[in-house]
Ligand binder design. Structure first.
Ligand code: SOE
Length: 395
């Protein structure tokens, strides 16, 4: 069976998720389109890279991503580093003719994302952005119902992404709170997942009207580069430095197809852990999803007999999207790992079959444009339009 050699840049939280997916994909989806081989992992020092190779099952290690990008044995460059390095690595990888999967958000802003899109288009390589939640089977089922017209024309999308890991002011100032590294705060980190969901399920967003807020304006300086996502708190005597990104935003939306809606995201919502939800109302029914109950899709069909109407719970399983590869009984339960396995399956398949995959760098670029517009709108207090000419889109 064909083997695809992976060079993965980064050995942290997302490195773990991607390595698990490379190992697990053929176990779930067999025959696999190809075997993703964990060839080389890169971390910032040799010592960290050796450890990452042992932990994550890579054959080789390196502390020099440029060498790995240039290595003729490598087929795919997987970028699982903080946001400020995505563009440099992706552009070099594209120039070296490698297929690329990048963690989200694609870049710190639309200008940077555009340089990445231009590079992959010029090189003719496959490219994907790891917005994995759209690959949750219940979300893919929502997409299927929408495409089949089961809830009719869509009127409204309400999306939220609520977490609480940064609500404590003693959660250290990791890179996720620094504009020069992250680009934005809750918006880029988690809001972009909901923007991806909205575009995937409803269509292109044409206008936004937003508010944004930073609640905790300074945080303890973090020792060491590893982001613990609030699990390790700093003590009160640690010196502090400013936060220059949003903790929270909310935006109204207009879609190109006439639907309206809203998105809000915060990492300061005590009691909410990975509360990624959407409710979609159509002319003939409604859909509701909450990632904290990710095996379930709540569906309401207005053409049910009037004495039987009500939201029902569909537990995803073999009858649903990706069900052929996952577990044999509905509600055995899928998790974060499975969403990454499905993502890997679709990406590797697109390489082997030479087909388009989404979300790709174009989607990542559009999401960056929408994110920039949300920040601009919050600053100006006005609607910001995202309409583009065909020429701009096809550039
Ligand atoms: C932190 O907010 C985070 O790890 C995000 O960066 C991920 O994209 C999300 O999947 C889980 O939460």
């Amino acid at each position: 069976m064909k083997k695809i050699n992976i060079g993965m840049v980064g050995g942290g939280f997302m490195g773990k998720a991607h390595a698990l997916a490379y190992a697990g994909m053929p176990m779930f989806f067999w025959p696999a389109p190809a075997i993703p081989h964990r060839h080389t992992v890169v971390d910032v020092t040799d010592q960290l890279a050796v450890e990452a190779a042992q932990r994550l099952g890579f054959e080789n290690y390196s502390s020099d991503w440029r060498k790995v990008v240039e290595d003729p044995n490598i087929d795919v460059i997987d970028i699982v580093t903080p946001n400020n390095s995505h563009a440099e690595i992706a552009i070099a990888a594209a120039e070296a003719g490698k297929h690329i999967i990048s963690e989200k958000p694609l870049a710190r802003n639309a200008e940077e994302a555009k340089t990445m899109l231009d590079a992959v288009r010029k090189a003719g390589v496959k490219h994907m952005v790891a917005f994995n939640y759209r690959r949750t089977p219940a979300v893919a089922l929502a997409k299927k119902y929408i495409e089949e017209g089961r809830i009719g024309k869509i009127l409204n999308f309400r999306g939220t992404y609520l977490q609480d890991w940064s609500a404590d002011p003693n959660s250290p100032l990791s890179w996720r709170f620094q504009k020069k590294i992250a680009g934005s705060g809750a918006l880029g980190d988690i809001g972009t997942h909901v923007i991806d969901m909205a575009r995937f399920l409803v269509g292109e967003i044409s206008e936004v009207n937003a508010v944004a807020k930073t609640w905790i304006n300074e945080r303890p300086i973090q020792s060491g580069g590893v982001d613990k996502l609030g699990t390790v708190k700093a003590s009160a005597d640690v010196p502090k430095a400013p936060v220059d990104v949003d903790d929270e935003f909310a935006t109204l939306l207009k879609f190109e197809n006439g639907a309206i809606g809203s998105i809000e995201a915060t990492r300061n919502a005590w009691g909410r852990n990975n509360f990624l939800t959407f409710e979609i109302h159509g002319e003939k029914g409604s859909l509701y999803f909450n990632y904290e109950r990710r095996d379930e899709l709540q569906v309401y069909f207005a053409d049910d007999p009037s004495d039987a109407r009500g939201f029902r719970t569909v537990y995803t399983g073999p009858a649903h999207p990706y069900g052929e590869g996952l577990w044999p009984i509905p509600a055995l339960g899928i998790g974060y790992g499975e969403t990454k396995i499905i993502e890997t399956y679709d990406f590797i398949k697109s390489i082997v079959e030479d087909t388009e995959v989404s979300p790709n760098f174009y989607d990542g670029y559009r999401i960056a444009l929408i994110s920039d517009a949300i920040l601009e709108s919050a600053e100006k207090g006005t609607w910001v339009s995202l309409k583009q000419t065909e020429a701009e889109v096809n550039q």
